[in-house]
Design a protein around this ligand. Structure first.
Ligand SMILES: Nc1nc2c(ncn2[C@@H]2O[C@H](COP(=O)(O)OP(=O)(O)OP(=O)(O)O)[C@@H](O)[C@H]2O)c(=O)[nH]1
Ligand SMILES: [Mg+2]
Length: 280
């Protein structure tokens, strides 16, 4: 699977982020609550260094609540410069806490209480950085789409409230996934452009994770008979799902590309169940 993806515009984005970092007091690092480990970009550590950091687990509405609670605990270390909050830019869950925690991180600054905290929002593509900013600022759905690479430049400062201003940035990936599974999970959840991947491979990976963590839900969603799920042949399962969903080409063979699209859409939109693809 060709999972190395670092298109030209990301090189530019990283440069712009570095150039603009001095405009911010803190960094808001947005993670996908369904893959809090794999959606952590190691480059961000190098870029932001010791700046105060608010780790935001977004898309909490789509995540498995029990596992997410464990992640939240695990990510809160003993570093007073790091805060964690789980939110949803769809339902608005915990967005007031996000603002409070941003303020808390700057409580000891000489200017605390006299001016707004300035935050730069960073993260991999498609995790909801712009959606969070839109929700907070009441701008609703501008510059937000369900595909990676929507935001192209570092934004002007956007006023959220008297106590918070934010800067939006383009999603960035890193050059090499040390662990292949990291790239695969990012692909399954739509942080890597589908057009450069073999969609069937990614869908089969998605099925593999659900087969491992949520087999019953998988079976229910796609109406699979016990014998259709028991042997663990996930490419065969993709074909079975395709057949059940009417993805056929002449001669009765399954249109596996179409089946893969259906599976990925349903996974990403949370139609199988609320899930996390990794455990702390
Ligand atoms: N269900 C759900 N969907 C969300 C949430 N946050 C964002 N989305 C959706 O996720 C998709 C990506 O959101 P964006 O805000 O464009 O993501 P981004 O991180 O700005 O992406 P780039 O600009 O490409 O880096 C959109 O379809 C949003 O509607 C959330 O909390 N819950
Ligand atoms: Mg964006």
């Amino acid at each position: 699977m060709p999972l190395q993806w670092f298109p030209g515009h990301m090189t530019k984005a990283v440069r712009q982020i570095k150039e603009n970092l001095s405009r911010a007091d803190i960094v808001i690092e947005v993670l996908d609550a369904r893959i809090p480990l794999s959606s952590r970009n190691p480059m961000i550590d190098d870029i932001v260094g010791k700046m105060p950091r608010l780790i935001v687990l977004n898309k909490a509405d789509l995540a498995d609540p029990n596992v997410l609670a464990q992640w939240e605990k695990a990510l809160v270390g003993d570093n007073p410069n790091v805060q964690v909050v789980q939110i949803s830019a769809k339902t608005g869950k915990n967005l007031p806490q996000l603002i409070e925690k941003a303020k808390y991180l700057c409580r000891n600054a000489s200017w605390a209480g006299r001016r707004a905290v300035r935050a730069m929002v960073l993260g991999v593509p498609n995790v909801g950085k712009s959606a969070i900013i839109n929700y907070l600022s009441g701008r609703r759905s501008r510059n937000v789409e369900n595909r990676p690479g929507v935001t192209r430049g570092v934004s002007q400062s956007i006023k959220i409230s008297a106590s918070l201003k934010v800067i939006d940035t383009p999603g960035i990936l890193w050059h090499k996934f040390e662990d292949q599974a990291v790239g695969e999970k990012l692909a399954v959840l739509g942080s890597i452009n589908d057009e450069i991947l073999f969609r069937e491979d990614i869908a089969v990976k998605g099925l593999e994770y659900f087969y491992h963590y949520y087999p019953k839900k998988l079976q229910e969603r796609f109406n699979l008979a016990p014998e259709e799920i028991s042997d663990g042949d996930l490419y065969k399962m993709l074909e079975t799902i395709g057949r059940k969903r009417g993805c056929l080409v002449s001669g009765g063979t399954v249109d596996t590309e179409k089946a893969a699209r259906i599976i990925l859409t349903e996974v990403r939109d949370g139609r199988i169940c609320r899930f996390c693809l990794e455990r702390p």
